[in-house]
Design a protein around this ligand. Structure first.
Ligand SMILES: C[S@@+](CC[C@H](N)C(=O)[O-])C[C@H]1O[C@@H](n2cnc3c(N)ncnc32)[C@H](O)[C@@H]1O
Length: 252
């Protein structure tokens, strides 16, 4: 990363990834499940942190009173505004900002959500603490991200770091559980789903440090699964299966 700070690297990566991000079909998987798990109603005011191109924010906006989406990358927010316009949603505000110090008062939102952001944060614990701070008592805090078994985590992180240099670290399932156990949220719930994406679609939307080495690493892993994404050839195409965990809890 030379002299670039981590946040500068995130912004550089996602400024490039922004234009293709929303079109990846798998990014729309399990959205209804997130609405159900968070018990979202028309009374709710939602905060979506590291909201990116607004896929989760827009889904919530269809079900709740208001959504605020915050992200550090202007280009992702530009894409989010396009998605909002496509769905003709009036009840969303977008903000450029950093999630380790959220610019909102304590006890402000009834649902605080983060999807696919955790592995980009240098200090996930600090971000979860911030999410809880801005959530109202009895409100729901929900985090959705890749989580792997202990024995796959190092190889997975190496692969993802090549694909996206702003990747910091995916948590193992155990680390994810511990993060929530230590959080002081009550009624913690855990579920999971598999995000299936075609390798070439994924590579087209990514800016790897070495795309040939990345492709090779994945092709060599078919039928072995050291990487934890169960690379599989189906009708001549290679598909990756990312294991995604959804953790949620209620603020005391
Ligand atoms: C993989 S995208 C996820 C986007 C969206 N949440 C979704 O589920 O589709 C990760 C997003 O996290 C944002 N991000 C990473 N670190 C951040 C930080 N410290 N503060 C704010 N946004 C951050 C990036 O700009 C990017 O838009």
């Amino acid at each position: 990363m030379e002299n670039k700070t981590h946040n500068e690297n995130v912004i550089e990566q996602f400024s490039k990834q922004a234009s293709n991000y929303t079109s990846i079909v798998a990014h729309r998987d399990a959205l209804e499940e997130l609405i159900t798990i968070s018990f979202a109603t028309k009374e709710d005011n939602v905060l979506d942190i590291a909201c990116g191109s607004g896929i989760v924010s827009c889904e919530f906006a269809k079900h709740v009173n208001h959504v605020t989406g915050i992200d550090i990358t202007q280009e992702m927010i530009n894409e989010a505004k396009k998605l909002q316009a496509k769905f003709q949603l009036k009840n969303i505000d977008w903000e450029i900002g950093e999630v380790t110090s959220l610019p909102y008062p304590d006890n402000n939102f009834s649902i605080v959500v983060s999807r696919f952001g955790l592995h980009h944060f240098l200090n996930p614990q600090l971000v979860l603490t911030e999410m809880i701070r801005v959530c109202k008592p009895d409100g729901i805090v929900m985090v959705v991200d890749v989580a792997l078994p202990d024995n796959k985590i190092d190889a997975y992180n190496m692969m993802e770091k090549n694909r996206d240099s702003s990747h910091v670290k995916a948590l193992s399932v155990k680390e994810f559980e511990m993060l929530f156990e230590k959080s002081n949220l009550k009624g913690i719930k855990q579920s999971s789903y598999t995000l299936k994406i075609e390798l070439e679609e994924q590579l087209k939307a990514s800016f790897p440090e070495n795309s040939e080495a990345l492709r090779e690493m994945i092709l060599e892993d078919i039928g072995i699964d050291n990487l934890g994404v169960n690379a599989t050839k189906i009708d001549g195409k290679v598909f990756l299966h990312y294991p995604i965990c959804i953790f949620s809890g209620m603020k005391v």
